[in-house]
Design a protein around this ligand. Sequence first.
Ligand SMILES: C[S@@+](CC[C@H](N)C(=O)[O-])C[C@H]1O[C@@H](n2cnc3c(N)ncnc32)[C@H](O)[C@@H]1O
Length: 305
Amino acid sequence: MSHRPVLHGTEGESPVLALLSPKPGETVLDVTVGLGGHAASLKKEIGPSGRLIVLDADQANLDHAKNVLEGIPGHTQYHHANFRSLADIALPPCDIIFADLGVSSPHFDDPERGFSFRADGPLDLRFDRSKGRSAAAFLARAAPDAIAEVLRSYGELRGAGKLAHALSKKARTQESPLRTTDVRSCVEELFGYKALSILPQVFQALRIAVNDEIGALQSLLHSAPKLLKPRGRFGVIAYHSLEDRAVKQAFRSLSTPEKDPEKGGILRESPFELLTKKPVTPSPVEIEANPRSRSARLRVLRRRA
Ligand SMILES: C[S@@+](CC[C@H](N)C(=O)[O-])C[C@H]1O[C@@H](n2cnc3c(N)ncnc32)[C@H](O)[C@@H]1O
């Protein structure tokens, strides 16, 4: 399987490695190991005296990453877990915490996972198929207003109300659970020639809702900074504006010094500093080689000494 980690560049010029600056002997926590591309580079940099801990909600990706990472000298600990529950896992203080949010290529490539509207498959869309409910179950049970709200807030969709009613009706009246092609035909019936530009928004909205991606991210943004050692770095790559806004706001609030409300001077320095005043984005060369990288935004925070 060909795999190109985002914002990884070619060896020696990776924005992720440049900002996270891994050093021999350090402890690294990758909370979205995926296929292990970033984790492999980080593991090589920290060397055999370092410690790598990886997580993924998707068991198949975690297994794939294990195959990759076991070929590199050093110790790695694997957790099939959601980063929402970081606080429940016994973790040591870390020099680096890294999250590369969202979907990986196998999610789109395997029709059985239901992430792609281009192939027929069960409408699942969960990262972790051992927990929670599929998108088909969500559409069959949620009220049309709740479905419309999901389409509106996570897909920024116009005409969310009528699509929500159509999807809900189809999910409740059809004998078998909805498939990706059922959603596609509903969108095509309602939106005609515009369907192809609307379908990615619809699938994105369902995916964010089914995996509670914003809730999980908020929880990560709350718990990860507490795990950082002095001078520890926390990097997050976000792929859509809702995620990036949450990261930007959390990092800004953690890196803003406490000011004297009367005199305006700094009362207390913030415990963290922002290493990225603006988000780092992929180069035109990377976007051309990997169009999925085009929306990536990397932000990095560092705990002060
Ligand atoms: C963009 S991929 C990561 C790619 C990885 N950096 C690499 O180099 O291969 C995102 C991964 O995060 C996982 N994921 C998404 N949300 C998660 C969550 N809340 N907890 C744990 N893993 C999650 C997905 O299953 C997927 O494998």
